[in-house]
Design a protein around this ligand. Structure first.
Ligand code: KDG
Ligand code: MG
Length: 421
């Protein structure tokens, strides 16, 4: 055996990437899509949408990533991920990780198309028959909220997020505009030259919210899974109080109760409440969860495939979480494109520690641009059986909707101080 060298006999020839195009389109809202083409003529799609900062990802992809992709073997997904993550030297951050996600998901789409299988089959096959989804109900008062819950139940949702206005606050996160035709949709990014300014008062919110959940439970009974998003607005002790006050209403989760940067904050919240906690939609790597997962300070991982480096990174993050009985709750508002949603659905179906999937339906123009093969029935999503992700981009339709600048709102307290939105 002496003098043995590492030898390698390739099982197949490399399949080169010959084109990578960044497509920015704004049917109902802005989306950034990466389309990768191989020398065999297979195309793959990836989502790099970052709400309110779309052009930064488009530029990062066009200027710094596309030139590195051309000529690479499309099938070396892990190697390409590590190459993009480590070669930049400047690691992490939402722009970088959304760009890496777009590449990663497009390469998984290509690999699954080449295999002739829906992507979930390459991820280990289905671990369940369908993906439980939750929808977003909201209202300015209880009658509007109940109406919205009923509307979501009629649409087929069997788990529902509850967001409500608060007396004395003009505009609260998650409450739909209530204008004709848009009553059940909530799109926070506004197509205005400057961010819209909203107002906030945490004490008023803490006083109001438990009564709303009591009313919803009285109206809809004990079984319906209910969720709520605190959208990073509380201090740890305020969040601890809210979690405790909501315990009688048996929430599926309380999301983003404190600002996400401080992992230790969740230790204090956890000491005071048994309300399950979800966090992570603004995170972009596993490192943001290191303390949260190791110390079991949360119950659900809220990252988006689109903002966390794609399927390759999400799979590792969720496997890490699984060792601690922490489940998935993949981010799925309308600022995740149908491509990013499809990636989430394939992962949801395959992993063991699936929890729930957020599902906010896209508008009709978006569905015209992105042809999708997923289904939604009786509260459950399924990604479908098309090879790859199961999403096609109609580029002619996309070209009809050029980018329109849009910003997420800014939040201020009554005295004018900027607060977490
Ligand atoms: O772009 C911001 C949205 O992604 C975010 O506000 C949605 O909090 C959100 C959620 O839980 O869907
Ligand atoms: Mg949220």
């Amino acid at each position: 055996m002496s003098g043995r060298t590492l030898s390698h006999r390739p099982e197949r020839r490399p399949v080169k990437i010959v084109a990578a195009e960044v497509i920015v389109t704004s049917p109902n809202r802005n989306f950034v899509t990466l389309k990768i083409t191989t020398e065999d003529g297979i195309t793959g799609l990836g989502d790099g949408t970052l709400n309110g900062r779309e052009l930064s990802v488009a530029s990062y992809l066009t200027d710094h990533v596309v030139p590195l992709l051309l000529g690479r073997d499309a099938h070396r997904i892990e190697d390409t991920w590590q190459y993009l993550y480590r070669s930049a030297y400047w690691r992490r951050g939402p722009v970088t990780m959304a760009a890496i996600a777009a590449v990663d998901v497009a390469l998984w789409d290509i690999k699954a198309k080449a295999a002739g299988m829906p992507l979930y089959q390459l991820l280990g096959g289905a671990s369940r028959n369908g993906i439980m989804a939750y929808g977003h109900a909201s209202g300015r008062d209880l009658p509007e909220l109940f109406d919205s819950v009923r509307k979501h139940l009629a649409l087929g949702f069997r788990s529902i997020r509850i967001q409500t206005s608060v007396p004395g606050i003009d505009a609260v996160y998650g409450v739909a505009a209530q204008t004709e035709g848009e009553r059940y949709d909530y799109e926070p990014a506004q197509r205005t030259p400057l961010p819209v300014e909203e107002d906030w008062d945490t004490r008023a919110y803490l006083r109001h919210l438990p009564g709303v959940f009591e009313a919803v439970r009285n109206e809809f009974g004990p079984e319906l899974p209910l969720l709520h998003d605190g959208h990073h607005r509380m201090t740890p002790i305020q969040a601890a109080r809210l979690g405790r006050d909501l315990e009688p209403y048996d929430l599926f989760w309380l999301e983003d109760c404190t600002p996400a940067e401080n992992q230790e904050a969740l230790r204090l919240v956890r000491q005071h409440t048994t309300t399950p906690l979800a966090i992570g939609e603004v995170f972009n790597t596993v490192w943001d969860y290191q303390t949260l997962i190791r110390e079991q300070l949360i119950d659900y991982v809220r990252s988006a495939v689109t903002h966390t480096g794609g399927i390759t990174a999400m799979r590792k993050l969720l496997d890490f979480a699984a060792q601690y009985q922490i489940k998935s709750g993949i981010h799925g508002p309308t600022d995740i494109s149908p491509v990013g949603m499809a990636a989430a659905l394939h992962l949801d179906l395959a992993i063991h520690n699936f929890g729930i999937q957020e599902y906010m339906q896209h508008g009709p123009l978006t569905d015209e641009v992105f042809r999708q093969s997923f289904t939604f029935a009786d509260g459950y999503l399924h990604p479908g059986e098309q090879p790859g992700l199961g999403v096609e981009l109609d580029e002619q339709a996309a070209a009809r909707f050029p980018y329109v600048a849009a910003y997420l709102p800014v939040n201020r307290l009554k005295d004018g101080t900027v607060h977490d939105w």
